[in-house]
Write a protein that binds this ligand. Structure first.
Ligand code: BYC
Length: 323
């Protein structure tokens, strides 16, 4: 079959909502875009374990510790599904890890901010996982099958993550001391703007959005998702008596959405380029974890090799007995 007809088949599948699967023909740039997005998404989950991991030993109760531990473990699991989904496109796990460690691959800007107080655990669940859900629910319908399948399970877990964060803040805002309530407001003040930056640059400055929308990798643009997030989150803040730190935030009757203030895109790009408050620390921690885990990877592959060999010997013996 010649290239144009393969292209045509691909276009028709995308247009009729038939998932593209690993062995299907796909344009090189579609494959590259998916490897870029899925691997960055995987890296975000893995690096995203660090800011919360920082608080596991200091959780204020056994229940909160168990919840936080479960959440951070889920994030590790999400990273692993996503690395596996990216591998179906022809990149190896080692290559992806190398790209993260060398600084070539990005991960979400949000994880380069520090977690200064316990209320930050609430703010991350509520805002960061809330933003992640807004972005990831549409990805359950993304055109690449393996990515969509990974997202289905991830989204179920993200819902629990968002709720545990919001619940933590409800408890502190409604039943806590004035100091605890102030801690929650401070966390919202610090996490609000970075959370709405998570959706990526404005559509006008987003080099990949248009093509990704045409390929149905993305179902909504960065600005559309940001607006949806702001509309639901402002109401949630009000319910627990917190104030969103944006003096320009105003309900707009005509559009049926909240208008919001100017986002500091200079800060966003600075963080993306590696100059955020925690970028260096995050990468160093990941590199060290990779080096310290070398013996586990070696032991696991030696064990897998032994099992394979034993199975081959068994098969050969069974064949010989049958002959
Ligand atoms: N941070 O043309 P654009 C989680 C980059 S983790 C850093 O709009 P695209 C969780 C972008 O990569 C969830 N970089 O790109 C874990 C591109 O650079 P390159 C993380 C960003 O891909 C633990 C350039 O800017 N979610 O839930 O069409 C604890 C231009 O952007 C960011 C995902 O990864 C950013 N925020 O759209 C708690 C979702 N934004 O690659 C929670 C999957 C943009 O050309 N990813 N850039 O060098 C996506 O949906 C899309 O990739 C994005 C960006 C919407 C993020």
């Amino acid at each position: 079959m010649t290239e144009p007809s393969l292209q045509q088949q691909f276009d028709e599948k995308v247009a009729s909502e038939i998932a593209i699967e690993p062995r299907d023909w796909m344009p090189d740039d579609y494959r590259k875009t998916l490897i870029r997005q899925i691997s960055q998404h995987a890296h975000s989950e893995i690096v995203g374990m660090l800011p919360e991991g920082n608080w596991i030993t200091r959780a204020p109760s056994l229940r909160r510790k168990a919840v936080l531990l479960a959440k951070v473990q889920d994030e590790g699991g999400h990273g692993l599904y996503l690395y596996s989904a990216a591998e179906t496109l022809g990149i190896s796990r080692d290559e992806m890890i190398e790209q993260l460690h060398s600084g070539k691959a990005k991960y979400s800007s949000i994880f380069n901010y520090p977690t200064l107080t316990w209320a930050d655990m609430g703010a991350i669940g509520w805002l960061v996982d809330g933003a992640a859900i807004m972005n990831q629910v549409p990805l359950c319908r993304t055109s690449y099958g393996a990515y969509a399948t990974a997202m289905l399970k991830v989204c179920k877990e993200e819902s629990f993550h968002q709720r545990q964060g919001y619940d933590l803040l409800i408890q502190m805002c409604r039943h806590g001391t004035p100091e605890q309530k102030a801690m929650c407001q401070d966390a919202l003040n610090r996490w609000w703007w970075p959370s709405i930056m998570m959706f990526g640059p404005p559509d006008a400055d987003s080099p990949h959005t248009q093509q990704s929308m045409e390929w149905r990798i993305k179902r909504f643009t960065n600005d559309e998702l940001r607006q949806k997030f702001i509309d639901v989150t402002v109401e949630q803040a009000r319910l627990i008596g917190l104030t969103v730190p944006d003096p320009d935030l105003k309900w707009n009757e005509a559009t049926g959405h909240y208008d919001y203030g100017k986002i500091d895109w200079e800060e966003f790009w600075n963080v993306v380029k590696g100059n955020g408050p925690c970028n260096k620390q995050r990468l160093e921690t990941r590199k060290k974890a990779w080096e310290n885990g070398a013996w586990v990877r070696e032991a696991a592959s030696a064990y897998a090799g032994k099992r394979r060999q034993r199975q081959q010997e068994k098969n050969a013996a069974a064949e010989a007995a049958a002959a």
